[in-house]
Design a protein around this ligand. Sequence first.
Ligand code: FES
Length: 136
Amino acid sequence: MERAEFLRLVGAGVGLAALAPCLQGCRKQQDAPLLSVDFTLDLSQSTNQALTTNGGYLVTQRVIVARTLDGNYIAVAASCTHQGVTVQYQASSYRFHCNGHGANFNESGGVINGPATTALQQMYTSLDGQMLRVWS
Ligand code: FES
């Protein structure tokens, strides 16, 4: 084997070795299709009790619905746009947090910090008495 050929083969091997971790760890952001939802939660039902307290939240139908510290209702898609882990609502920080890799989203679903780069889909909410409608 010629010296030049040897160096070319070694160089290619080093390049592949350097790329290997990225090929496994640098998965593409989730290209989740937009959710199409329209449902109503009866806040008088015990299953929705979390939404009767400021700062409370629940996840249903792939949507996280929360009641802010100001008593407003907000809702976004529950799956993190990075790799799909279900986000949590952290009322005192005014954000949705993903335990997967630490992404944070504001109360409208916008990215505060990555690794996620795509916003959570924001839903509409409307309260009529004890009936909370959530739709996209
Ligand atoms: S799944 Fe990675 S930050 Fe959410």
